[in-house]
Design a protein around this ligand. Sequence first.
Ligand SMILES: [Zn+2]
Ligand SMILES: [Zn+2]
Ligand SMILES: [Zn+2]
Ligand SMILES: [Zn+2]
Ligand SMILES: [Zn+2]
Ligand SMILES: [Zn+2]
Ligand SMILES: [Zn+2]
Ligand SMILES: [Zn+2]
Length: 258
Amino acid sequence: MTEKKFPFHDHPLAYEKLDRFSCILCKKKGGFGYFCDKCYFWGHKECIKRSLLHPSPCKHSLKIYTLEALGYAGDHCHFCRDYLLDDFFHCLICNINMDLKCLKDPPPSSIYHPKNHMHMLTLLPRVVTFTCNACGVEGKRNPYVCLECNLMFHKDCIYLPRVISINCHDHRISRIFHLGLGDWKCGICRQKISCSHGAFTCLRCPSLAFHLKCAMKDDVWDGKEFEAEPKEELEDELEDDSEEEIEDDSSEEEIEEP
Ligand SMILES: [Zn+2]
Ligand SMILES: [Zn+2]
Ligand SMILES: [Zn+2]
Ligand SMILES: [Zn+2]
Ligand SMILES: [Zn+2]
Ligand SMILES: [Zn+2]
Ligand SMILES: [Zn+2]
Ligand SMILES: [Zn+2]
């Protein structure tokens, strides 16, 4: 049996028909596939072609590793954070692991959500510490980055609502990236809010702030998001007030004139 080296594995592989192993990717038995007699994995040629030779989320070619290589780059999938319990896939360039579930349903390599950010955000699949520009909390891997604005986000934070209405406050509240210096306490749970973390604030009640998590709880927020920034509404109101004042002044002048 001739063995051949492939980019997706460290050892040379034999092309064989084997019935005792199930395919590393589709888990079915039977048919022709590649076999490693050092790691004892076997995979259909078609499955490997389909799953490993198309660009991975990091755009590099992934290698097949069995659990014996565990610990080399940590013991969990760097995308879903589940522990690796079976053969897994690894990018030597990014030094990240991926389990079968995430290989088959990979995170999007870019996300465009103009409601929250005007530019395309690109996945940086890497173990890297960053401060999320939406919630202000430190992330440890795979940020989505805007290269134009130099911003980084947790994936979930890309979809955080901007303006919401909660049942324990009369005004709409809007999300800001960080509160700024101050002794902030959450208007819902009364616990401290770090001034460097994202929060909801009320533009009409400047001393009030709410944890993102507290304000977005099911029993506090009805899940609806508003398009309009309350700030804009507030500005409209201020403009209206000043116009009224001017009108009042002019009418008074008219009376005094004769
Ligand atoms: Zn297969
Ligand atoms: Zn091997
Ligand atoms: Zn995973
Ligand atoms: Zn990579
Ligand atoms: Zn975040
Ligand atoms: Zn941007
Ligand atoms: Zn709270
Ligand atoms: Zn308020």
